[in-house]
Design a binder for this molecule. Structure first.
Ligand SMILES: Cc1cc2nc3c(=O)[nH]c(=O)nc-3n(C[C@H](O)[C@H](O)[C@H](O)COP(=O)(O)OP(=O)(O)OC[C@H]3O[C@@H](n4cnc5c(N)ncnc54)[C@H](O)[C@@H]3O)c2cc1C
Length: 426
């Protein structure tokens, strides 16, 4: 079979790796490098070059698909575990929040700390969420962790991560996602020596060895499903295939596709995305030992900071730190429409308030914008079907109710490959 894959991110790569073993596969990637959201910069620092992903990319316990993919690319020895620490920016100061001592000294009343501990250790550790299915997240948190903890932590954390009020999401939804992620701090995070680019390169090598074709710097301009298969056009001409797998967002796909079945159009048009702006900043000096700092203060544009060089130990020379400064937002918000220079000015000024000297010590910085960073699971969210005729669908818009991460993208690619070859029932 001749198969086209639209998009060279992890979904496209994992599908291509399997399908290219027995089929004639072509990946189209509009960017100059593979990897999509998990692509990397090559940053020169003090005479050496470092591969650093364009936004934070940690692996958590349970990200089995990513761990297996790393192993299948022969990179097992480069996968490392590390205990990392979190903090909160609260009342203009970064407070550690990982050790019992840090939690005890966080500036909230002791009674709220006790409630928070009970919430994290007992209430959020449910296996069966059916008893609170009727509650929204605000009701559940106020009932269990208390109103003060809701006001100080949860309202802003949900806003930072999901860009909505906790009243708009269900209690089990918050419980299974948000709490699972935060409780990973009790265990270790994982990182890949040499960076995530190693995994991307590993996939590329395997696909090419299988005879697969990878066309970078080539944007697909149109897709049409005819009775004789799928036609793909791009600036260099037209190619024909038996079928096509789309891994791009439904909005982008609808712009490219012709004669889309009404049911597909209707489902695809409903998928909305959160966007994300992420600055990568290389800075001389050590400002904190925290990996992840969530911003609780309301007057900030920044939602969170991640100190990449704390987790990825080989990503920067001694005495140099790499930070991600990020904001999840909708595209109609003012920050999205600002140019990169203005966004960077805002970010650096805000960080300088709690890390004095940060701005003056910047060695390198860049802004990445992720237009379709994460599908918004609105009530009634429906995953698009696996295929309509010769058009197949896979990607992070199709994983509801799972979390969007590298693992779910890889699983999606593997799943669609199995679906096409009939090797797995989906
Ligand atoms: C801010 C942020 C933080 C994240 N943090 C983590 C983390 O800590 N851990 C983790 O595991 N995951 C993380 N992820 C998630 C992870 O990066 C994604 O789930 C995964 O990379 C998605 O892969 P994909 O192939 O489905 O989509 P994409 O990576 O979006 O791939 C789609 C590809 O299609 C290409 N494309 C688009 N239009 C065209 C066209 N017309 N022609 C040709 N090509 C086209 C794009 O250039 C892109 O390469 C994060 C993501 C973001 C945005």
């Amino acid at each position: 079979m001749k198969i086209a894959i639209l998009g060279g991110g992890l979904t496209g790569l994992s599908a291509a790796e399997i399908l290219s073993r027995n089929h004639d596969v072509t990946i189209y990637e509009c960017d100059s490098q593979l990897g999509g959201m998990a692509a990397s910069y090559l940053i020169p620092i003090e005479g050496k070059s470092y591969h650093v992903t364009k936004t934070y990319h940690h692996l958590l316990i349970g990200d089995d698909a990513t761990i297996n993919a790393i192993s299948n690319c022969g990179l097992n020895a480069d996968l490392n575990k590390k205990k990392v620490f979190q903090g909160f920016l609260y009342q203009g100061k970064v407070h550690g929040f990982s050790t019992p001592m840090e939690i005890l000294s966080f500036p909230i009343p002791i009674i709220d700390k006790i409630k928070l501990a009970k919430f994290t250790l007992i209430d959020a550790k449910k296996k069966d969420w059916s008893s609170i299915e009727h509650l929204n997240a605000k009701q559940w948190i106020e009932m269990t962790a208390g109103k003060n903890n809701y006001d100080v932590f949860f309202e802003k954390l949900v806003q930072n991560k999901f860009h909505c009020s906790p009243e708009e999401i269900s209690a089990p939804w918050l419980g299974t996602r948000f709490v699972k992620e935060s409780s990973s701090f009790l265990k270790k995070f994982m990182w890949l020596k040499g960076g995530i680019i190693q995994l991307i390169n590993g996939y590329e090598k395997k696909i090419r060895a299988n005879g697969g074709m990878i066309r970078k710097n080539l944007a697909v301009e149109s897709v049409s499903d005819t009775n004789n298969g799928v036609k793909v056009t791009h600036k260099e001409g037209e190619d024909s295939f038996d079928c096509l797998i789309s891994t791009v967002s439904p909005e982008i796909f609808l712009k490219l596709a012709q004669n889309v079945p009404p049911e597909l159009k209707e489902t695809a048009e409903k998928v909305r995305y959160l966007s994300c702006i992420c600055a990568t900043v290389v800075v001389k000096g050590i400002f904190t030992d925290r990996y992840w700092i969530n911003v609780l203060d309301r007057n900030m544009h920044i939602s969170a900071l991640f100190q990449h060089s704390v987790l990825y130990e080989d990503s920067a020379p001694e005495g140099v730190s790499i930070f991600y400064i990020s904001t999840y937002l909708m595209r109609d918000e003012e920050l999205w429409s600002m140019d990169d220079e203005s966004v960077m000015d805002i970010y650096l000024s805000e960080v300088n308030m709690f890390f004095p000297g940060f701005k003056a010590n910047v060695l390198w910085m860049n802004i990445a914008r992720f237009r379709d960073a994460e599908a918004i699971y609105e009530p009634g969210y429906k995953n698009i079907k696996e295929n309509y005729g010769n058009l197949y669908f896979a990607g992070i818009y199709k994983i509801f109710p799972k979390i969007r991460n590298m693992a779910s993208a890889i699983e999606e690619g593997e799943k669609i490959a199995g679906y096409i070859t009939g090797e797995k029932n989906v």
